[in-house]
Design a protein around this ligand. Sequence first.
Ligand code: CMC
Length: 380
Amino acid sequence: MTSVCEYRAGLEGVPVTQSSISFVDGQKGILEYRGIPIEELAAKSTFLESTYLLIWGKLPNRQELEEFKRDIQNHRRIKYRIRDMMKCFPESGHPMDALQASAAALGLFYSRRDLDNPVYIRDAVVRLVAKIPTMVAAFQLMRKGNDPVQPRDDLDYSANFLYMLNEREPDPLAARVFDVSLNLHAEHTINASTFSAMVTASTLTDPYAIIASAVGTLGGPLHGGANEEVIDMLEQIGSVENVRPYLEDRLERKAKIMGFGHRVYKVKDPRATILQNLAEQLFEKFGRDKYYDIAIEMERAVEEKLSHKGIYPNVDFYSGLVYRKLGIPTDLFTPVFAIARVAGWLAHWKEQIEQNRIFRPTQIYTGEHQVTYIPIEERE
Ligand code: CMC
């Protein structure tokens, strides 16, 4: 047995698995899913095609893709009991909490667990990929006091989500941009939520508990929650002239600039470059807004001040702008991230159980020993 004695906060640089799902080179700005560069997938593949690639390790042929799409389409509805449960959630609650609870609740309805059976795995994948968007859209409508909208069979995955959310058929460019954005967020090696999914998976629990666990981890502001904070930041800045004073003030107070920096990327996140391009297309078609100009100025100013530390825009910097333009409310940005990342979490679930050993790391104890128990009446 090897002994690892060095403690690294945040497990930085410590391998926790062997994986063939995705690859990142943070120095060169490379991201690949199963070896295929993200730029190619963004241009040529759809989110569902990439989901298949991530989970089953190869691009689907035409028949496999059609079957996968059809199965997803057939499982998009949610049980009325789940809907009724969601109706009881407080409308002031965060949609990520609603999503976490609803994902866990799916496990009540599909409780059979048969991890050695490929049919069970496929059914669970299909259900989760199909139902998570419906649950996100349903909570959004119900918290406004409206009934959820049923999925439409004539719309593809991304167009259908935007339809369920906004109650109208989306413009084809909006649907395509949203699909690319899902594609870009589908997987990203061992980040916090994926690690959380893997740890939960390693206990051989059911996939609904795994996704609920990962959703809970994704919600934090240092992870998926950052894109919400980017929009808050841009709104707070309010004008291009205020960018530099805002930045100076944050840096003086040693506060982080949301949407910048990454544990792995020390150059611009390749997903940010693609999203920036998509944002430009959207702004060109549907009208420019000042937040885009503020963002461009912010990127320029941060580059001047922080590029020596390898701080550049990450995926969250432009995703918020794109989602805002698509009419997605700010507090749904992270649930939308979850819709995409469910693909990666499920790929890691499948890989984990194929080579499973339960996670049981160790610690370096820093407390005392043989401490005397003090009776309560003698304590200060
Ligand atoms: N603004 C200003 N300075 C920064 C930033 C930032 N956003 N990020 C890192 N730094 C500085 C940091 O102050 C430190 O400087 P120094 O060495 O002088 O003390 C140095 O860069 C290293 O920072 P770190 O916090 O040790 O780096 P990390 O790898 O632990 O953190 C991070 C990575 C993403 C948590 C961090 O960059 C951050 O908090 N960014 C803002 C939040 C954000 O945008 N999160 C989304 C991440 S991408 C999507 C996802 O993973 O979900």
